[in-house]
Write a protein that binds this ligand. Structure first.
Ligand SMILES: Cc1cc2nc3c(=O)[nH]c(=O)nc-3n(C[C@H](O)[C@H](O)[C@H](O)COP(=O)(O)O)c2cc1C
Length: 173
């Protein structure tokens, strides 16, 4: 099963979550983890697409919020562009492509934080994709210098990846 995980990440937390999800999906899925900066325009042959992004101002990042992230630290951002822009650039995807979305965000009720995964899922549905699992959030700490997944979140991401793989395999038999 060809699986592509496209992630956007400023400080590195969403990238870590993406790699943990890939660990959960492998070896059966052999997931490719791709930075959104290098994400393909053509998804022909992909059977499962997983898309993840950090939550910025209650949703997916925009140029201004990415600049605001970059201004907070003195190292280079992991991604230069965003999932919003990549999804908007896709003209079409394979018919009924299986997808799942995730985000990283602060560990507070979603009504206060928003969740980037919901916007990504909406765009993918509009393209005709089929969600194999509800959008999921993984929690990060609030220290701007050392943003990272909270304890236990990478294990939860790995388990989520394993569950996704199982859900897709069930639909294939
Ligand atoms: C400009 C900006 C806006 C943010 N807005 C939100 C928000 O509305 N809700 C939230 O839960 N977290 C918010 N955050 C925290 C991010 O979700 C957090 O930095 C991100 O999950 C870290 O992932 P990354 O290291 O992959 O960038 C914001 C962060 C930045 C830099």
């Amino acid at each position: 099963m060809r699986t592509v995980i496209v992630f956007e990440s400023m400080f590195g937390a969403t990238e870590k979550v993406a790699r943990a999800i890939a660990d959960g999906l492998s070896p059966s899925a052999g997931a490719e983890v791709v930075n959104v900066d290098d994400a393909p325009a053509d998804l022909t042959g992909v059977e499962l697409l997983v898309v993840g992004a950090p939550t910025h101002v209650h949703g997916m990042s925009q140029a201004a919020t990415r600049k605001s992230a970059a201004d907070q630290v003195d190292y280079e951002m992991h991604s230069r562009t965003g999932v919003r822009e990549w999804l908007d650039s896709l003209d079409s995807v394979p018919d009924g492509l299986s997808v799942a979305t995730f985000d990283t965000r602060i560990d507070k009720p979603r009504v206060f934080t928003g969740a980037a995964s919901l916007g990504a899922a909406k765009r993918l549905r509009r393209l005709g994709c089929r969600e194999v699992a509800p959008a999921e959030s993984f929690f990060v700490g609030t220290d701007p210098i050392d943003v990272g997944p909270e304890p236990g979140e990478l294990a939860r991401a790995e388990a989520w990846g394993a569950a996704l793989g199982a859900a897709v395999r069930r639909t294939m038999v």
